[in-house]
Design a binder for this molecule. Structure first.
Ligand SMILES: [Zn+2]
Length: 78
């Protein structure tokens, strides 16, 4: 998944890296595991977030992906 159109009409893309579309999100528990792992040789550049999340820069909608398919979409309420 390198690009798709948001329901607002904006085209989102992650072709260019770094970009402002893809968010790297970890739960606090995952982060604790990562920080603990780095103390034991885990390389932070080998870490992939479990959940792919994109944010539309035009309307701030959030898209959550699983297996390259959108499974949740959130719209900004305020
Ligand atoms: Zn949008």
């Amino acid at each position: 998944m390198a690009g798709m159109k948001c329901v607002c009409g904006n085209t989102m893309s992650t072709v260019v890296s770094p970009n402002e579309t893809e968010l790297i999100i970890f739960t606090q528990k995952e982060w604790e595991e990562i920080t603990e792992g780095t103390k034991h040789g885990l390389n932070v550049f080998d870490i992939e977030p479990r959940q792919a999340v994109w944010r539309c820069r035009a309307c701030s909608r959030l898209y959550f992906f699983e297996d390259n398919k959108v499974v949740k979409r959130y719209v900004l309420e305020e």
